[in-house]
Design a protein around this ligand. Structure first.
Ligand code: 13P
Ligand code: G3H
Ligand code: ZN
Ligand code: ZN
Length: 359
């Protein structure tokens, strides 16, 4: 099956009211785990690679691996997405390596640490969207800075994430500004900030509306009913995964993630892409620790990686089913990139914003 763009996939998701998990991958095992889960339940896939993943695996390795995955699973439409592109070059080199979608994260400046001004964000995101659309590639933008409403800080992770303290205004996307942002940039999807952050340590208690502001998503969706919303930092950090890691020698302090029910609520209010990395890491890490502890004589990496892949596959399958992605792959007929480019050129894919919605 040809690669699908984010725009086509999320348009389909909006029409049939489901969400699509976007799983971060860095290696063959994670790629296979996502694809096996998708094939088992007929789900379309978003495979996303961060800048860190691209330098870890190397661009050519990632590109060829994804090519192999689409060949092994010809019935599954695969969107290949750049996660958190920090500048134009990151987005353009992703496109050169076959990505069908890029995130231009202009909520931070090019150092991926410093919160950017609104005008900077609009200008760089508009520029990337204009160019990407010439070749049919989709663009996700971000408005608002990811971080904790509990502590007022961003979650820096592998050199990515806001540093220092952040105000409530920065941590929650402003719905009126979101309307202006989408209209001026022409993005296909909008990542919003609602109190989630990257990594395992999102909340010190089971989140309520004070620290996980799902009402902000509902308000944005009311103002922008035709815009595909993206939730970052959407790992659930399941208790059982924390327990497995800790039972086998890990030392993860008790923590809380985003409950799957809250994501399901988001999907009822315009959330179409749900970013998940940490849960996949934890699923694998728990099994690596278990094998190392239960079989100290073992040294064949495959004996560690097979159960790790299986745990990640189960996690992915569960999210495909809970988000309503399962059963949709066979219903999608992929539109080629050139055709998407022509549609952008006619203006037919421009953001649909009416003044009534914006008011
Ligand atoms: O948002 C993410 C990638 O962009 C991943 O979030 P998690 O750390 O919650 O998995
Ligand atoms: O952007 C956040 C994702 O979890 C990717 O993390 P990473 O940069 O460590 O690959
Ligand atoms: Zn990030
Ligand atoms: Zn993210």
């Amino acid at each position: 099956m040809a690669r699908i763009t984010l725009r086509q996939l999320l348009d389909h998701a909006a029409e049939y009211r489901y969400g699509v998990p976007a799983f971060n991958i860095n290696n063959m095992e994670q790629g296979l785990a996502v694809m096996e889960a998708a094939a088992a339940c007929d789900a379309p896939v978003i495979l996303q690679a961060s800048k860190g993943a691209r330098s870890y695996a190397k661009d050519i390795m990632l590109a060829r691996m994804i090519e192999a995955l689409t060949e092994i699973y010809p019935a599954i439409p695969v969107c290949v997405h750049q996660d958190h592109g920090s500048d134009e070059a990151t987005c353009m080199t992703a496109i050169r390596h076959g990505f069908t979608s890029v995130m231009m994260d202009g909520s931070l400046t090019a150092d991926a640490k410093t919160p950017a001004s609104y005008e900077y964000n609009v200008a760089i995101t508009e520029r990337v969207a204009r160019i990407a659309h010439w070749v049919g590639v989709s663009v996700e933008g971000e408005l608002g800075v990811l971080g904790s409403l509990e502590s007022g800080t961003g979650a820096a992770e592998d050199g990515h994430g806001a540093e220092g303290t952040l105000s409530h205004d920065q941590l929650l996307t402003d719905p009126d500004q979101a309307v202006d942002f989408v209209a001026r940039t022409g993005v296909d999807a909008l990542a919003i900030a609602c109190g989630t952050s990257h990594g395992a340590y999102k909340f010190t208690r089971a989140p309520d509306g004070d620290i996980l502001a799902m009402d902000v998503i509902e308000e944005i969706h009311r103002k922008l009913p035709n815009t595909h919303l993206v939730m970052h930092g959407s790992s659930s950090v399941p208790q059982e995964m924390q327990d497995i890691i800790n039972r086998f020698g890990g030392r993860m302090p008790q923590t809380y993630g985003v409950p799957v029910e809250e994501i399901e609520r988001g999907i009822r209010h315009g959330v179409r892409k749900v970013n998940i990395d940490t849960d996949c890491r934890m699923a694998m890490a728990g099994q690596l620790r278990r094998i190392a502890t239960e079989h100290p004589e073992e040294f064949d990496p495959r004996k560690f990686l097979k159960p790790a892949m299986e745990a990640m596959r189960n996690l992915c399958r569960d999210r495909f089913e809970r988000f309503g992605t399962a059963g949709k792959a066979s219903k999608i007929k992929v539109i080629p990139l050139d055709e998407m480019a022509s549609r952008y050129a006619t203006g037919e894919l421009d953001p649909q914003i009416t003044t009534a919605e914006a008011a």
